[in-house]
Design a protein around this ligand. Structure first.
Ligand code: CAO
Length: 477
């Protein structure tokens, strides 16, 4: 045995009203070599979890607590066979611990008070008792965390902000937490490769390298934000199983593809939605007269074909709606072709097939293409070409219901029309209320390209066009 070796008792520090706190993890076992600051146990109070670090390096002689147990200030956690002086390593909080908390449990310990350097000449291992400085495993509150690390600067301006509740629950020791704080790294985004998935210094370093190399650390794995853009605050990760049983169902392939695109459109485009109403009483009368004839030709003539025809006319009247911003955002690319996409609800998720050259098709041809593409979409048989080249999109929920909604623009298009369910409404006309069939319209547009007045002119034009079915049913040259 090394002559300088002595036993160091690591105790629960006095942190105020610290009684019967749950031990949720024991991180070391007898015989294990540890460094100073190595976490020994994780404690959980009602407000936070915290690791209790060792105050000395050496080998764990004995662990005095068990997972699931309870401890109070001053309780013995572990005995460490140490070769180093505990005082010099002990953090200030440990040295400041009250005598009661630091009271040695053995006579040998009493012989060597914690504040004094043990006699190196002693052949028997001295027992010193030191209350560890428990470190919150997470900052209990963001403000406190910032105070604790005033110099914390994220390594990249576009690193997502730290998710404080998630950071609190991250499986990492105090020094790793400190390191992450210094770099501004959100531990909830770092995969742990240490013992039982614990996050190590190397894991944090690896995360930083990846962030610097690829920018993959931005919120939600989205591409790096444009210059000057603010990092998005992350949504806190919640362990729902703490509230009741749960089941994990992976998103469909289509959802995994469409989700990031919808998100990109939502965060990159300043959306405004203009609501309007079209009186389609006459249109519905016309449709009812025509739909049997259409049906004999194998065509289902729904209101959507008329809406699409009306959109063609509106897009011809307002060409800035049939456009996209160029990559630099300085010019508008006006399209001289007119393909219209429509959102289709399929068992696997949302897809947007495109009716090509919609301007060259009458309502029957539009209805036929709508039906064929919708069938193909539901059978999962759309080709990539069926979904490319759209100029403007219609999202019709009219077959389902609803009175209005705010559709997300199918970027890089600049506008999308939402259609809800038509309903009979009393409309005041010539001194009396009359029943009219009203179709709700919701036009979302990119406010960088289209201003509110133009958008309202567009929906007004659309409503007027839908109100006069003769202009919609005529043959297309
Ligand atoms: N008001 C009242 N009734 C309407 C209507 C409206 N605006 N639009 C359609 N209907 C009626 C149709 O006339 C049809 O009735 P009948 O069978 O009695 O003729 C019924 O509702 C069902 O129509 P449909 O849905 O089969 O056909 P459609 O041409 O209206 O729509 C399609 C086709 C593919 C767009 C639609 O089926 C669909 O998938 N809609 C969902 C789109 C969607 O999910 N959008 C949200 C995107 S963002 O998450």
């Amino acid at each position: 045995m090394n002559a300088a070796a002595r036993l160091v008792e690591v105790r629960v520090p006095d942190m105020g009203n610290f009684k019967d706190v749950a031990v949720i993890d024991v991180l070391v076992k007898p015989g294990e070599s540890i460094q100073p600051e190595a976490p020994l146990v994780t404690l959980e109070t009602e407000k936070a979890t915290m690791d209790v670090p060792s105050t000395a390096s050496g080998v764990i002689e004995k662990v005095h607590v068990a997972k699931g147990g309870k401890v109070s200030a001053g309780d013995l956690i572990a005995t460490v066979r140490s070769e180093a002086a505990p005082e010099s390593q002990a953090p200030p909080a440990a040295r400041a611990a009250p005598a009661a908390a630091a009271a040695p449990v053995s006579s040998a310990a009493q012989a060597v008070p914690p504040s004094r350097e043990p006699t190196r000449a002693s052949t028997a291992p001295a027992v010193v008792s030191v209350a560890a400085a428990a470190r919150p495993a997470v900052a209990p509150a963001p403000a406190e965390a910032l105070r604790a690390q005033p110099g914390a600067t994220p390594i990249r301006a576009d690193l997502p902000p730290i998710n404080e509740p998630g950071f609190s629950r991250a499986h990492a020791g105090p020094s790793v937490r400190k390191f992450a704080r210094e770099l501004g790294v959100d531990l909830t985004r770092v995969a742990g490769h240490g013992f039982k998935g614990r996050i190590t210094h190397d894991d944090v370093k690896g995360f930083v390298k990846t962030a610097l190399g690829s920018g993959a650390a931005t919120a939600g794995g989205a591409p790096p934000a444009a210059t000057g853009a603010l990092a998005l605050p992350a949504i806190p990760a919640v362990d729902f199983s703490q509230f009741g049983p749960t089941e994990v169902k992976p998103l469909s392939r289509i959802q995994r593809i469409s989700g990031p695109r919808l998100h990109a459109s939502w965060v990159n485009i300043p959306h405004v939605t203009q609501f309007d109403e079209a009186d389609i009483t006459d249109l519905e009368e016309t449709r009812t007269k025509l739909k049997d004839k259409a049906s004999q030709a194998g065509i289902k003539l729904t209101p959507l074909a008329f809406v699409m025809r009306a959109c063609v006319k509106a897009l011809q009247e307002f060409p800035q709606f049939n456009a996209s911003l160029d990559a630099g955002g300085a010019s508008l690319i006006l399209k001289k072709y007119l393909n219209i996409g429509f959102a289709a609800d399929t068992p696997n998720g949302l897809v947007v097939p495109v009716v090509r050259e919609a301007n060259r098709k009458d309502i029957y041809e539009l209805a036929r293409h709508l039906g064929d593409l919708a069938d193909k979409a539901r059978a999962g048989k759309l080709s990539p070409g069926d979904m490319q080249g759209g100029c403007f999109t219609i999202s019709s929920l009219g077959g389902i219901g609803g009175t209005a909604f705010t559709p997300i623009i199918n970027a890089p298009e600049v506008a999308i029309l939402g259609v809800s369910r038509s309903a009979m409404r009393p409309v005041y006309r010539d001194g009396a209320f009359v029943p009219r069939l009203i179709l709700p319209l919701s036009l979302s547009y990119d406010h960088r390209v289209i201003d509110g007045a133009t958008a309202t002119r567009f929906t007004t034009f659309l409503a007027q066009t839908l109100a006069e079915p003769r202009g919609l049913t005529e043959a297309v040259p």
